[in-house]
Design a protein around this ligand. Structure first.
Ligand code: AMP
Length: 400
């Protein structure tokens, strides 16, 4: 495995797997270009060295082969703008004659974008023949798609076997994602607090289990907190609850006690009489929510307690909001936590925010630049913290 920053791309064609899975509106315009912006440093480094860049990505979930709605053609002009007006060539197929000819004619300093990989079913199946057809396009393979690193697809993992050890590497984005995640998972300075929120316990069970061996404190907020409250004998009204997870929740509480990990549940909640932005609201202890009411945010006492834990921590991992932050009435808990994470970071803590909704939250509160790292890979980051080995990372790190 080579290191991207020290590799000299002069005269090389770099086949770069990126995650350009950006949202498009009805007019096929890009509504959020963060994933494209995040790739510019990797592309620039290759071009500055005197290499050429062949970009491959998926976009959306095309079901039956090529369709205009999912064509990467719609990204060409914007990518060109992001590269300071540089011409971006486009191949309307990612393999075969057209891709082969365009890539073979590519000169140093040029950028080529290939058509959507998922127009071929073989991509998601991890088909070796398909991976080989992609591999012939470049001299060097760069994986910079952290968002799909948890998938063993042809372009994210299988392709690596067609390049020798010194011709495959992570790109700058992937490098920094992996470095930040490693810092939290393996080199965390204590106290280490994990803040886990969001809707479902079942989605976060594995991550909680894995963190019991790493964290000093685990803060549990959001809808999933009420399954724990009920497990602990509380009345939770009609708050979210996964009855089939109550036993697991109890086991987590017990394991935490044995391992000396402090689990923090919200002492109070903002409750509502219905799941609606215009609902009637009140505050109640989280273990004594009246019948017919539901907890939709952590309350002011819980926000303060959680903030105090966060502010005395040296390492912070945050995944999942504390409440239904999409609605203004249930936003304050998540906002208080975001502010506490930013404050702790200012005081020297390392903070990593990962997972779609917590990233959306720090962006909403304009605090993204006040935390140490915001991960671009939701599902991939989650699996990483569940302790799983990601195929996209393994394919490069475990080969000679
Ligand atoms: P997740 O994808 O599991 O991180 O869940 C994120 C979603 O959980 C967001 O859309 C929130 O609105 C939702 N959520 C957070 N707290 C609650 C709650 N107390 N009740 C219902 N939904 C919640």
């Amino acid at each position: 495995m080579s290191t991207f920053s020290t590799f000299d791309f002069k005269g090389k064609k770099a086949l770069v797997r990126v995650d350009f899975n950006v949202p498009l509106n009805d007019k096929l315009e890009i509504t959020d270009d963060n994933r494209m912006r995040a790739e510019i440093p990797t592309i620039q480094k290759i071009l500055n060295d005197g290499g050429s860049v062949i970009l491959m990505s998926h976009l959306g979930r095309p079901k039956d082969g090529p369709s205009d709605k999912f064509s990467l053609r719609h990204l060409v002009n914007h990518l060109s703008e992001l590269l300071g007006g540089k011409t971006v060539l486009f191949a309307d197929d990612c393999i075969g004659e057209r891709a082969n000819i365009t890539s073979s004619l590519l000169r140093p300093g040029e950028v080529l974008l290939l058509e959507n990989l998922r127009f071929y079913k073989e991509e998601e199946k991890g088909d070796e023949g398909f991976a080989k057809k992609l591999a012939v396009l470049g001299d060097v393979y760069v994986n910079d798609a952290f968002g799909t690193a948890h998938r063993a697809h042809a372009s994210t993992a299988v392709i690596a076997k067609f390049f020798p050890g010194d011709r495959k590497m992570f790109g700058l984005l992937m490098e920094s994602e992996v470095k930040s995640a490693e810092k939290v998972l393996h080199e965390a300075k204590k106290p280490f607090v994990a803040i886990i929120g969001g809707a479902k316990v079942s989605d976060k069970m594995l991550i909680l289990e894995n963190l019991l061996d790493k964290a000093t404190d685990i803060i549990i907020g959001g809808g999933m907190a009420y399954t724990f409250m009920k497990a602990d004998g509380g009345n939770i009204g009609k708050s979210l609850c996964e009855d089939d997870r109550i036993q697991t929740a109890l086991e987590i509480l017990k394991k935490a006690e044995v391992k000396g990990v402090c689990i923090h549940l919200p002492s109070d909640s903002i409750i509502a009489d219905k799941f609606d932005a215009a609902a009637q609201t009140s505050t109640a202890p989280s273990n004594n929510i009246p019948d017919g009411w539901m907890g939709l945010d952590i309350g002011p006492n819980a926000a303060e307690q959680f903030s105090n834990v966060i502010k005395r921590s040296k390492t912070i991992l945050w995944n999942g909001p504390m409440g239904v932050f999409e609605m203004e009435s249930f936003r304050l808990g998540t906002k208080a936590i975001a502010i506490a994470v930013a404050d702790a970071t200012k005081n020297g803590a390392f903070s990593l925010v990962g997972g779609g909704d917590s990233v959306a939250a720090v962006n909403m509160f304009r605090l993204a630049d006040q935390v140490s790292y915001v991960s671009t890979g939701g599902g991939a980051m989650l699996e990483y913290f569940e302790g799983k080995e990601l195929p996209g990372i393994a394919a490069i790190s475990h080969s000679s």
